[in-house]
Design a protein around this ligand. Structure first.
Ligand SMILES: *[C@@H]1O[C@H](CO)[C@@H](O)[C@H](O)[C@H]1NC(C)=O
Ligand SMILES: *[C@@H]1O[C@H](CO)[C@@H](O)[C@H](O)[C@H]1NC(C)=O
Ligand SMILES: *[C@@H]1O[C@H](CO)[C@@H](O)[C@H](O)[C@H]1NC(C)=O
Ligand SMILES: *[C@@H]1O[C@H](CO)[C@@H](O)[C@H](O)[C@H]1NC(C)=O
Ligand SMILES: *[C@@H]1O[C@H](CO)[C@@H](O)[C@H](O)[C@H]1NC(C)=O
Length: 851
């Protein structure tokens, strides 16, 4: 229901903006989940909807697997897990950006049968059964690339721009991993959007709000995690254009990184494992295939228990040749998960607390995410917020990806969608750390972007430094077990030189300023560092704040370098001047840019070279698969052709092939056929595409003349009919035209043609007739198994020539019969006989007369 009304609404909203149609690029949105990938394409002319996979399903299983040389995706891949447990890779989202020693990785080993190793960057790599290693980013990139191809076949053009959803709690490391995977897949990340925010955008698209904010909780119970986002919706007006828009502000986020559908599956599988061990006294944990089968079975049983109070699990030959059967009740399952109940509800409480709101302020709690369908999750949420607040009106699976697509469309500025503006917030405290300027002294931490800080803001730090120094950006608290806190180190160099320059020019107490940004996609970075000073021998007091600012969205803050005495003065700083020079003031405010060298010492994002190498590996794989597919095609085509020829030779009845071939030709084909069949038998599996096509070509060249003969025999009557038609028409025309010409000459009426023109046509007709008669005669004496004496394509061409010749004359306009004025001078000088008014026979002449 919802998605239909949404689509209808979008017919109104999504009008592509503008005249530059050709430069419009499509935007792909991807919601990459642990279990499912959803995608949506925004392209003018393509109906806005969720992208369908090749089986017309609205979601794609997040899985990649190999069956020997064949790489498979989606459900095909997931279905291989129990047969090829070491070559099947799922739930990879759990490992995005995860350091090898983190809890995320040890958890992953509990649920997956894949073999993992430590990557060169100390993240996770996977080992296929043949020893090939892939990083998590590469395997995810393969899936993104698969989605990209689906989108491209829908768009009919390359799709490059992508917007991806991420859980709001994703740290910089995880966000980097997402963007890196997209880049390896050959895409350009326009933005990352927190999934709760994306759901809010989708929610706002079809609704109107008043200027009094309305508060909702977007609750998302996914496979890997659970999160709640408190959002306000309000109508607002652009201060400049006065046009209305919808303002979405994220006010608070709560989350549980490890509570989700996957853990429900894990617990259910544990239950099944215990049952198996009790029943059969064998340790199924040692059997990879069995474990993979039970993982799938746990998912199936969980789905049954969502709608039923009990489920029977049966797996034939689960492990050790044992058929497994047991009954699980919903009550047993829920007992195994009883401790999770609170975990499912807590994010809502946390999000409200972070937003500074209570349940009374909330209009509804919107449930999304696949796990929100589980009865125990719904019960937990109902108990926490009251049943009356729960809204199930949003399409739980697709709201995030559709919202992301709409957000992407608004970013690309090529589409005119409803004007929705979002303000999102950081979910972790981010601090800047640096050593105090006295050598060997303490580290100073300043909370730069406390949790709740708006995305898309900048802050400026001021330092009293004489030498080069480093600035670290860190998470203040642990973001997840086993993840580092340090994000990056920015080494600021060239300080002494720049300060020397300023001092030389008369600046007193110049300082260093560093600008740090928290981007719209949740990344922090050091934007720039400068040395700054006032070239005037006067105190700096009151003139230090915000020299780079001016722009409305830039929040500036001067933080004290706690060593400095002057810092007290900075706090009472005057509002920042707009430019580098203050109006009406002679002071010269000067800045010198400094070099900022960023070093990642904990968990670096992939370098450009690493990404290029990964991209090359994927491309090589793609092209290997493509040429393999071409080879298979060539092989199958040849094989099919051989069967066909064999049948043609074997069929002794009156087939065209028999009638039109000579015994010698059939013998030659038969010989070549036998030869080729044995070649295919012996070398067919290793022969390359060219060789396969070559073999086919050689046989075809023997068959082609025979085919040509019966094609010609088939086509001959019609071609002859056509030739005769033009023969007859031309003859008819000539007879009539000559008669008219004679009559016209007698009455001095102008003619359309000259007799020379008619003679020329007559000659062409005769030539054609002679050629045709000759050919037809010869063809009569030609046997069916001989090459034709006259080719139909020549007959058509000759008839066409004759036809054109005829048409040229037939189409000619009749000359105008026009009386010239009786006493015209030109009539007198014309030399025409008599006093009769002259009739001109061309417009040109008539025109000349009038001059
Ligand atoms: C939230 O609800 C409380 C209690 O009803 C009320 O006092 C407060 O003003 C509300 N806050 C907002 C932001 O609406
Ligand atoms: C100081 O820097 C400015 C520009 O940044 C440059 O033009 C000037 O030559 C420098 N002066 C000294 C003394 O280095
Ligand atoms: C030749 O053309 C005429 C008229 O177009 C048609 O009636 C006749 O069946 C045709 N004959 C052959 C052999 O195609
Ligand atoms: C010959 O003249 C008659 C009578 O004017 C006309 O209808 C006919 O189209 C003419 N034929 C040709 C081939 O010009
Ligand atoms: C062409 O038409 C003439 C009659 O105008 C006929 O005598 C002759 O046989 C025709 N030729 C062919 C090849 O059909």
């Amino acid at each position: 229901m919802h998605s239909i009304s949404l689509r209808r609404a979008l017919c109104l909203f999504v009008v592509f903006a503008g005249l530059l149609e050709t430069s419009l690029a499509a935007v792909l949105a991807i919601d990459y989940g642990s279990d499912w990938i959803k995608a949506s394409l925004m392209k003018p002319g393509v109906p806005f909807d969720v992208l369908l996979n090749k089986d017309s399903k609205r979601k794609i299983q997040s899985s990649v697997a190999w069956k020997r040389d064949d790489r498979l995706f989606g459900t095909d891949a997931a279905n291989l897990a129990s047969r090829f447990p070491s070559d099947s890779f799922t739930s990879l989202k759990l490992l995005q950006g995860a350091p090898y020693g983190s809890k995320a990785v040890s958890y992953y080993t509990q649920i997956s049968t894949s073999e993992i190793t430590k990557s060169a960057r100390s993240t996770v790599s996977f080992k296929q059964s043949d020893g090939t290693e892939w990083t998590a980013e590469e395997l995810i990139a393969m899936q993104l690339s698969y989605v990209k191809q689906l989108a491209e076949s829908l768009a009919g053009e390359p799709v490059q721009d992508v917007i991806l959803t991420v859980p709001p709690f994703y740290s910089q490391f995880e966000r980097d991993a997402v963007a890196d995977a997209a880049e390896i897949a050959g895409m350009r990340t326009l933005a990352l959007i927190n999934d709760g925010t994306a759901v809010a955008v989708n929610y706002a698209m079809t609704r109107t709000f008043s200027s009094t904010p309305e508060y909702h909780v977007i609750y998302d119970a996914g496979a890997s995690s659970t999160r709640a986002t408190v959002v306000s919706f309000a109508a607002a007006e652009d201060s400049k254009t006065k046009s209305p828009y919808t303002q979405i502000s994220v006010l608070g986020v709560g989350f549980d990184r490890s509570t989700g559908g996957t853990d429900l599956d894990r617990r259910l599988r544990e239950l099944l494992i215990e049952r198996f061990i009790t029943q059969h006294r064998r340790d199924i944990r040692r059997d990879k295939r069995g474990m993979a089968k039970l993982w799938k079975e746990a998912g199936r049983v969980k789905a049954i228990l969502s709608a039923n109070t009990e489920a029977t699990s049966t797996v034939e030959s689960l492990a050790f040749d044992i058929d497994f059967k047991t009954k699980v009740t919903r009550a047993q399952f829920e007992r195994a998960c009883v401790d999770l109940r609170q975990n499912f509800a807590q994010p809502i409480h946390d999000a409200l607390a972070n937003a500074g709101l209570t349940l009374e302020n909330i209009s509804s709690v919107i449930l999304t995410g696949g796990s929100s369908r589980a009865p125990m999750v719904q019960a937990a949420v109902k108990a926490a917020v009251g049943e009356e607040r729960i809204a199930l009106n949003v399409n739980a699976d697709e709201a995030a990806v559709l919202g992301a697509a709409l957000h992407g469309a608004s970013l690309s500025r090529q589409f005119k969608t409803k004007d929705i503006r979002t303000t999102d917030i950081a979910t972790h405290d981010i601090q800047a750390s640096y050593f105090a300027s006295t050598p060997g002294s303490r580290t100073i931490n300043s909370l730069l972007f406390p949790k709740g800080s708006h995305y898309g803001t900048r802050k400026t730090l001021s330092f009293k430094r004489k030498e080069d120094f480093s600035l670290w950006l860190d998470y203040k608290n642990d973001i997840a077990p086993g993840f580092p806190r340090e994000i990056l180190e920015a080494q600021i160099t060239g300080v002494a030189e720049a300060l020397g320059n300023l001092t030389e020019r008369g600046a007193i107490d110049p300082i260093i300023k560093a600008t740090i940004s928290l981007s719209e996609s949740g990344f922090v970075s050091v934007k720039e560092a400068v040395a700054y000073g006032e070239i005037k021998d006067e105190s700096l007091t009151g003139k230090l704040k915000g020299l780079f600012g001016g722009s409305a969205e830039e929040q500036q803050e001067v933080l004290k370098d706690r060593e400095g005495e002057e810092s007290e003065a900075r706090e009472t700083a005057a509002p920042p001047p707009k430019g580098k020079k203050e109006k009406g003031d002679k002071k010269d405010l000067s800045t010198i840019p400094l070099e900022v060298n960023v070093v990642y010492s904990t968990l670096p994002p992939m370098t450009a070279a690493e990404k290029r190498a990964a991209r090359d590996r994927l491309r090589a794989l793609d092209s290997k698969e493509a040429s393999k597919q071409l080879r298979e095609e060539a092989h199958n085509t040849l094989e099919g052709y051989l069967y066909k020829l064999r049948d043609l030779l074997d069929d002794r009845s009156d087939t065209p092939f028999m009638k039109c071939s000579k015994p010698t030709e059939r013998q030659a084909i038969s010989q070549k056929l036998t030869e080729t069949i044995s070649w295919l038998h012996e070398e067919g599996e290793t022969a390359d595409t060219t060789a396969l096509w070559g073999k086919r070509g050689a046989l075809e060249s023997l068959e082609r003349p025979i085919v040509h003969r019966y094609k010609e025999i088939e086509a001959f009557p019609e071609a002859l009919n056509n030739s005769q038609k033009w023969n007859w028409s031309t003859r008819l025309f000539l007879t009539e035209a000559r008669a008219n010409l004679t009559a016209e000459a007698a009455t001095d009426v102008p003619s359309k043609w000259t007799s020379e023109e008619l003679d020329a046509l007559e000659i062409a007709l005769k030539e054609h007739e002679v050629w045709l008669n000759d050919g037809v005669e010869k063809q009569k004496r030609t046997k069916m198994n001989e090459d034709p004496a006259i080719e139909t394509k020549d007959m058509k061409a000759r008839a066409k020539t004759l036809e054109l010749h005829l048409q040229r004359l037939v189409k000619r306009k009749a000359p105008k019969v026009k009386k010239t004025p009786p006493a015209s001078k030109s009539a007198g000088t014309d030399g025409s006989a008599g006093s009769e008014p002259k009739q001109t026979n061309s417009d040109r002449q008539a025109g000349h007369d009038e001059l």
